[in-house]
Design a protein around this ligand. Structure first.
Ligand code: ZN
Length: 297
C-alpha cells in the first residue's frame, strides 16, 4: 500500500478542486443565515451546551428563526437537549431538511445519528498520527454538514463548540470571518483563565466576540426563592470582553433541559429571565456588527 508521502501531486484526486467546490456549497447553503454565532468556552463542564439550547429557546420566543449545529461530534448533547430521537439524513431538493426538536428548533447533532451509549468513533487508517487524523475527520464532517443541510432562512444559527481553547481558531476559520462568538464561563478563576486564553486566541482572527456569559452564577433555591453563591468570592481573573449577563443554576430547569423540554414552559424561572435578557443583548450586539460592515462597504 502506498503511504501518503509516496503519492505524487494530488494523486489524480483534484483535491483543490474538491475543496473549492465544497466551499462554494457551504457559502450557498448558509446564504440564508443572517447571523452565525458560535458558542464556545475553551473549557468543558461550564454548561455551554445547555446554555446554547436556552439561548436558542429565548431567541425563538422573541420571534427569531433559529437552529443549532452541534459541533461537538464526540460528546453531542443537543439531540438530547432538543428531545430528538434517532434521525436518518435524507437529502431533499435543497439539501437535507433540518430535523426539528419538539420545541420547534432545528437541531443537527451527531447525538441523533448515533444513538447513546454508542461512541462516535471514526474509522482510522493512521495509527501513528490518529489524533491528527481524527481532528481532520471532524472538520471534514462539519464542512459536509454545513454544505449539505438545508439551513433555509435563519436569523441565527448557533454552533455549539466542543472544548479546547486553542482549537477555537480552527472553528473561526471553518465558520468564516463574519461568524460571531459568544464565550461561556463559570465564576471560577480556573474557568475564566481558560476563557481568557480563548479570547487571546481569537484576537488573531477577524472574528468578533459578542461577549461572555457567566453561567452557574449562584444556585437558585426553590424553597426560599434566593440565589445563593456556588463559588467562593469573586474571580480575580479579569476578562477583556463585554459581559452579556449571568445565569444562576436552577436544578428544576436543568432537569427540564435533560428531558428536552422547552424553557418557555417555565416562564417564571430566574434562569429563564436571565437568558431572555442576555438574548436581547445578543440580538443588539449582532445587529451592531451588521451596521459596522455596511459602513465599511
Ligand atoms: Zn433556600
Amino acid at each position: 500500500m502506498k503511504s501518503y508521502y509516496d503519492i505524487v501531486g494530488d494523486g489524480g484526486s483534484d483535491i483543490v478542486g474538491q475543496v473549492e467546490a465544497q466551499q462554494e456549497r457551504i457559502v450557498r447553503s448558509l446564504s440564508g443565515v443572517r447571523n452565525l454565532v458560535a458558542v464556545g468556552s475553551g473549557k468543558g463542564g461550564v454548561g455551554k451546551s445547555t446554555l446554547t439550547m436556552q439561548l436558542a429557546c429565548a431567541l425563538r420566543a422573541s420571534g427569531h428563526a433559529v437552529s443549532i449545529l452541534d459541533a461537538d461530534l464526540n460528546g453531542p448533547c443537543q439531540a438530547r437537549l432538543g428531545g430528538l430521537k434517532a434521525w436518518i439524513p435524507v437529502p431533499g431538493e435543497r439539501g437535507v431538511p433540518l430535523p426539528k426538536a419538539p420545541n420547534g428548533i432545528g437541531v443537527v447533532s451527531m447525538g441523533s445519528m448515533v444513538p447513546e451509549p454508542r461512541a462516535v468513533d471514526f474509522a482510522s487508517v493512521a495509527s501513528g498520527s490518529s489524533h491528527t487524523w481524527r481532528a481532520t475527520r471532524e472538520f471534514t464532517i462539519l464542512r459536509e454538514l454545513l454544505a449539505s443541510m438545508d439551513w433555509g432562512a435563519l436569523d441565527f444559527l448557533l454552533v455549539d463548540l466542543p472544548p479546547g481553547a486553542e482549537r477555537i481558531v480552527q472553528y473561526a476559520e471553518l465558520l468564516g470571518s463574519s461568524s460571531l462568538f459568544i464565550l461561556v464561563t463559570i465564576p471560577s478563576d480556573l474557568s475564566r483563565g481558560v476563557v481568557a486564553r480563548s479570547i487571546d486566541a481569537l484576537a488573531n482572527t477577524p472574528n468578533r466576540i459578542l461577549g461572555y456569559i457567566e453561567n452557574m452564577d449562584g444556585y437558585y433555591c426553590a424553597d426560599c426563592g434566593n440565589v445563593k453563591p456556588l463559588f467562593p468570592a469573586s474571580s480575580k481573573v479579569k476578562l477583556d470582553l463585554a459581559c452579556l449577563g449571568s445565569v444562576p443554576f436552577d436544578p428544576e430547569l436543568a432537569a427540564l433541559c435533560d428531558r428536552g423540554g422547552s424553557l418557555s414552559d417555565s416562564p417564571q424561572s430566574v434562569s429563564w429571565q436571565s437568558v431572555k435578557r442576555i438574548v436581547e443583548k445578543v440580538v443588539r450586539a449582532a445587529s451592531a456588527k451588521a451596521l459596522c460592515s455596511e459602513e465599511k462597504a
